[in-house]
Design a protein around this ligand. Structure first.
Ligand SMILES: *Cc1c(COP(=O)(O)O)cnc(C)c1O
Length: 390
């Protein structure tokens, strides 16, 4: 053997990433989360956060986390099945089940882990998964981990989904259809009632990912399932505690039997440490606020309507990707333009990250609205974009 360095390929791979303008890096965000953030000592208006309701910096969550830390410590110290199960975990799971209107719920260390473990527990080699082409990475990787045959159907295309099932369903034991309810990069929502019909017709399980919907959609903030009035239907709901809920963690909600099964078979729940007391208590407080404060959701939706109206009036030439959520994207011709506009926005005082391949196929600036944005901030955003585009 010659003395080839076995890590050389990493340098080459990085160079390729740089050349394609796909290179990513982190930047330090200072201070409490909110509609204003500090980067390098400069204050920016924040349009890049998943903290839709402004709860991640809310003092009620902070106090709940402090109190739980003082009472129960910083770490859960073990798996939920060994030393890591606390009363507040149980309280949080009950609160999630109540919000969702399901029999039970189970809390995971993250939404990503909830998807990986749940999918791998539900299906395996003899089974079939039908997955929306634009589903989140955690659903796609869960499908790979499960070993099931996976077919990606065209984005939100129920006709395509039905055709695949017609052709292949009979060749497999179990079938799992899975979809984001809100697609995080475009901001559109799935046609849930139609997908549910198809699932029932073909005896398929249906897993819906409510990561960007929980706390935001539906009368009580339960999500897109509630928005479409599909509560009580035979489906499995999952989501995250790290977006509108303002904490960290994921959950699965469904029947008692489903949750009992996951406690016995879901590796990403069994073989990992329980959620920390601080994260658990903060999430519990947030669910309480979400359930009792519809005004927060109302403010968020008013902001969405306001921004869309400002764009229509002042920048009718702008190409917005069709959206029915607080995620609003400005479509751009290529990655370089997106990066350049993202940088210009940041220089003028607006944080709105460029999203580009490989995350999405078309480059864009992605704007995320919060309930706590003021109208003046929305007006400034539109004026700033107008200046850059002019
Ligand atoms: C963010 C997200 C997840 C992962 O949730 P985390 O709790 O951040 O791991 C899963 N699915 C979708 C659709 C998401 O947007």
């Amino acid at each position: 053997m010659t003395d080839l360095n076995p890590y050389d390929w990493i340098d080459q791979s990085l160079a390729t990433i740089e050349r394609a303008n796909w290179s990513r890096s982190t930047q330090v965000i200072d201070g409490l989360p909110g509609t204003q953030i500090a980067i390098d000592g400069r204050i920016l208006t924040n349009f890049g956060s998943n903290d839709y309701l402004g709860l991640a910096g809310d003092d009620r969550l902070i106090q709940a986390a402090i109190q739980a830390t003082q009472q129960f410590g910083t770490g859960a110290t073990g798996s939920r099945l060994t030393s890591g199960h606390k009363q507040i975990h149980q309280d949080l799971e009950l609160a999630i089940a109540n919000l969702k209107g399901t029999e039970a719920a189970l809390v995971f260390s993250s939404g990503y882990l909830a998807n990986l473990g749940t999918i791998a527990a539900l299906v395996s080699k003899r089974d079939l998964i039908l997955s929306d082409r634009l589903n989140h990475s955690s659903l796609k990787n869960g499908a790979i981990l499960s070993g099931a045959t996976t077919i990606e159907y065209d984005h939100c295309d129920v006709h395509d989904l039905r055709q695949h099932l017609q052709k292949h369903r009979a060749d497999y034991r179990r079938c799992l259809i899975m979809t984001d309810t809100v697609f995080s990069m475009d901001g559109d929502i799935c046609p849930l009632p139609d997908i549910l019909d198809v699932a029932i017709t073909y005896q398929a399980m249906l897993l819906v990912d409510e990561a960007h919907a929980t706390g935001i959609f539906g009368k009580t903030g339960a999500g897109v399932v509630e928005y479409y009035d599909c509560g009580g239907q035979p489906l499995i709901e999952m989501g995250t505690l790290s977006k509108a809920v303002g904490s960290l963690g994921g959950y699965v909600a469904g029947s008692n039997n489903l949750i009992d099964f996951l406690k016995n078979r879901c590796a990403s729940w069994i073989y990992t440490t329980g959620l920390s007391p601080a994260d658990t208590a903060a999430a519990l407080k947030a669910i309480e606020i979400i359930s009792t404060t519809p005004q927060l959701r109302q403010q968020l939706w008013e902001n969405v309507a306001c921004l869309k109206q400002l764009f229509a009036e002042q920048l009718p030439q702008l190409k917005l990707i069709p959206s029915t959520s607080p995620i609003i994207c400005i479509e751009l011709p290529d990655a370089q333009t997106a990066i350049s506009i993202g940088r210009q926005l940041q220089q003028i005082g607006i944080f709105a990250p460029a999203i580009r391949p490989p995350t999405v196929t078309t480059s864009r600036i992605r704007l995320c609205l919060m309930a706590t944005h003021q109208q003046l901030q929305l007006e400034q955003l539109v004026q700033t974009i107008e200046r850059i585009f002019r």
